[in-house]
Ligand binder design. Structure first.
Ligand code: ZN
Length: 182
């Protein structure tokens, strides 16, 4: 499970409580602006065993960004996250999953691992927890699936609770992206 766009002051703590209760670890692609506003949540993510990735500073499109803009958006966020967590931050997810060939080359030359996803419940568009639970119940997980979620959505806790119930019955375990890559 991957969570983008946070950390959010209301939804991220609720999600962290659930993940801790169920012993599940995940990867969070945080925004620099949110990390700067909520540094204690970034520290709590790491303290709880989750992994942090970079999602740019202001959720900018890397299809159109200039090399200078990319360096500022990605580099500023990476420096902030490395400062807050004390460890290297090389996982990167481009906003909307979109990236130009030039931006990709620049990201790779700065030794980023670019992470997209294979399953997207569109939690940001869900109107109710019931819709989230319904998606979780019909989801057929495959080994190596990367699920795109947002810890800025008020339905995400319900969705994650259902996903954990549903997949644990099938003997599937969640892991952080770097564990999966390894
Ligand atoms: Zn995003």
């Amino acid at each position: 499970m991957t969570f983008d766009d946070g950390p959010h002051p209301e939804h991220t703590p609720r999600l962290l409580d659930l993940l801790a209760e169920r012993g599940v670890r995940a990867t969070f692609f945080v925004l620099g602006t949110m990390a700067r506003s909520h540094p204690d949540l970034v520290r709590r993510l790491v303290a709880n065993g989750h992994e942090i990735g970079n999602h740019t500073y202001t959720h900018v499109s890397l299809e159109k960004a200039s090399p200078q803009q990319l360096r500022a958006e990605v580099g500023t966020t990476r420096a902030l996250l490395e400062d807050l967590t004390g460890s290297a931050c090389t996982l990167f997810r481009p906003p909307w999953g979109k990236v130009s060939a030039r931006a990709l080359a620049q990201l790779w030359s700065d030794e980023h691992t670019v992470v997209l996803w294979s399953a997207d419940p569109r939690d940001y568009a869900m109107k109710s927890p019931e819709a989230a639970v319904a998606w979780g119940a019909q989801y057929r997980p495959r080994t190596g699936d990367i699920i795109l979620l947002h810890d800025t959505s008020n339905v995400t806790v319900a969705l994650v609770r259902e996903l954990i119930e549903h997949t644990s019955r099938q003997g599937i375990e969640f892991s952080r992206i770097s564990q999966y890559i390894a």
